[in-house]
Design a protein around this ligand. Structure first.
Ligand code: NAD
Length: 497
């Protein structure tokens, strides 16, 4: 099957529970077309077996994909669709994804290492929530409005699609991070070139089936695979009007600089080192402990908004630390495709080594291991790290400052709400956070003092699909989600009548 996915069942190296996904070429103008770049192998972080292959798009291939998006925008039927018709297509896309929930969940658990019992919610329901929320907002979004002119007469303010969007996403939540770009860009009437991460391109290659099934016109969504070179070719292509990037702060700085050179619009969703503040009136119950554990350990600690710094009141430090550490130590680590697994591997062995080195450095700096800190037994074939809690951490230590992107919580003691807020805000990041208290009004007040894009009260949930999500400080520029997310894919034009 030229270019399309083929499922091999005979490769000796494959994991017997999954087919090997072969995506050849790139998805452009509504079909899989050949590319000139080499093949990229996608390996399981749990075992190292080959799960599939995609093709790397060269600079020339990227040009073809951008041209396809431009043609769909300038000459295709898409620009004549009403907001309600575009919203219906976004809903249909969500339906097509939902109908494949089990297949996507198996595949994404295998390629990312997300625990299979979490994936239908964490990787899929979240993506569906984004598409459906956007489809609900889009029909009534004010794409045009008249207002009185201050020089007499009226002004027609139009909000027009920004144009061709380069959507570059990381591996940790491929469907979800892509949804946060695709849904608002489609609602705004843009055309897209989507670039998955080379670590997890298979689920997003499969998304091409859903795009076709949803009836989105050919060329409106194009998919190119590859790593940094492919991403750079996309970011620097003169035919791209806007870059929407989710990934590390380091890559975000380079992409922001490249966009600045050409005055290209850019949204950056970057890293984090979020804090969960536990106030001194908190009730220590199963909800609190589960919330703290989920806030940091979900997706094996590989969530941008993970609440990795746990701030405990010194007066109740041991009372909260002990059940938290016990709950983390009891987590079941193992093969992510097994239904009982609570913590799978991190994305690869290089990430595991980096995490282990950071934990060793923290211990040398004075942190105390109260859970984990070791590799699990019998799982040497994968990139496993036991979920770890480091107590007695000082907010100045590297482990409290640098994003680790792994299953490691640091616990920091504080005295008084003011100090808790100061410690939470003493970070170059500002993506998310949580406040836990018996008094939700007090908690909400503390939340308003945190310099961070979103804060949850008595819950680990880092975002609400209908509301803006994004970073203060080095966690990014711009917002995704809600009407604010659609606005970033529009240019305002004033017609003075
Ligand atoms: P990464 O920055 O290494 O890569 C992200 C994507 O950008 C990949 O597709 C990669 O190929 C591409 N890329 C990297 N350098 C590039 C460049 N110079 N030009 C163009 N493209 C480039 O990040 P990662 O390891 O894939 O993901 C983990 C990071 O993503 C963490 O820092 C995490 O916090 C962040 N993240 C942020 C959010 C958010 O919404 N703020 C969500 C998920 C993940």
């Amino acid at each position: 099957m030229g270019g399309r996915c083929t499922l091999a069942s005979t490769l000796a190296e494959k994991d017997e529970r999954l087919p090997v996904y072969e995506y050849e070429g790139m998805y452009v103008a509504g079909k899989w077309s050949p590319t000139s770049g080499p093949r990229i192998e996608v390996r399981s972080p749990a075992s190292g077996v080959v799960l599939g292959r995609v093709s790397e798009a060269s600079t020339a291939d990227v040009g073809v994909a951008v041209d396809s998006a431009r043609a769909a925008l300038d000459h295709g039927p898409w620009r004549n669709w009403s907001p309600a018709e575009r919203a219906a297509a976004i809903s249909a896309l969500a339906d097509a994804i939902e109908s494949r929930t089990e297949v996507f969940a198996d595949l994404i658990s295998a390629e990312v290492g997300s625990p299979r019992k979490w994936t239908p919610f964490g990787q899929l329901a979240t993506a569906l929530g984004v598409y459906r929320s956007c489809a609900a907002i889009a029909p009534d979004y004010e794409f045009e409005a008249k207002r009185p002119s201050l020089i007499g007469g009226e002004v027609l303010v139009r909000r027009v699609p920004v144009g061709v969007v380069a959507a570059i996403v990381p591996w940790n939540a491929p469907l979800f991070t892509a949804a946060l770009k695709m849904a608002p860009a489609l609602a705004a009437g843009c055309a897209i070139v989507l670039k998955p991460s080379p670590e997890a391109p298979l689920g997003l290659s499969m998304l091409s089936e859903c795009i076709e099934e949803a009836g989105i016109p050919a060329g409106v969504v194009n998919i190119v695979s590859g790593g940094i070179a492919t991403g750079e070719a996309l970011v620097e292509h003169p035919g791209v009007d806007k870059v929407s990037f989710t990934g590390s702060t380091g890559a975000g700085k380079r992409i922001g600089a490249a966009c600045a050179r050409d005055i290209r619009r850019v949204t950056l969703e970057l890293g984090g080192k979020s804090a969960a503040i536990v106030l001194d009136d908190v009730v220590v119950d199963a909800k609190l402990i589960k919330g703290l554990v989920t806030g940091v350990m979900a997706n094996n600690g590989q969530i941008c908004a993970a609440q990795t710094r746990i701030l405990l009141p010194r007066s109740r430090y041991d009372e909260i630390l002990e059940p938290f550490a016990a709950a983390v130590a009891a987590m079941r680590v193992g093969d992510p495709t097994e239904r009982e697994t609570e913590v799978g591997p991190v994305i690869n062995k290089a990430a595991r080594d980096r995490i282990e080195a950071a934990v060793s450095g923290a211990i040398e700096a004075g942190a105390r291991v109260v859970a984990g800190g070791t590799r699990p037994d019998g799982l040497d074939g994968g990139a496993y790290v036991n979920p770890t809690v480091l107590a007695d951490v000082d907010n100045d230590m590297a482990i409290a400052r640098d994003e680790l992107f792994g299953p490691v919580a640091v616990v920091i003691a504080y005295d008084g709400d003011d100090e808790a807020v100061a410690v939470a805000n003493d970070s170059e990041y500002g993506l998310a956070g949580a406040v836990w208290s018996a008094d939700p009004v007090r908690a909400a007040d503390v939340a308003t003092r945190m310099q961070t894009g979103s804060v949850s009260v008595n819950s680990p949930a880092p975002l609400d699909f209908g509301s803006p999500f994004g970073g203060f400080k080095k966690s990014g520029i711009g917002r995704e989600g809600g009407p604010e997310g659609i606005a970033t894919y529009l240019e305002s034009q004033s017609i003075i009548l």
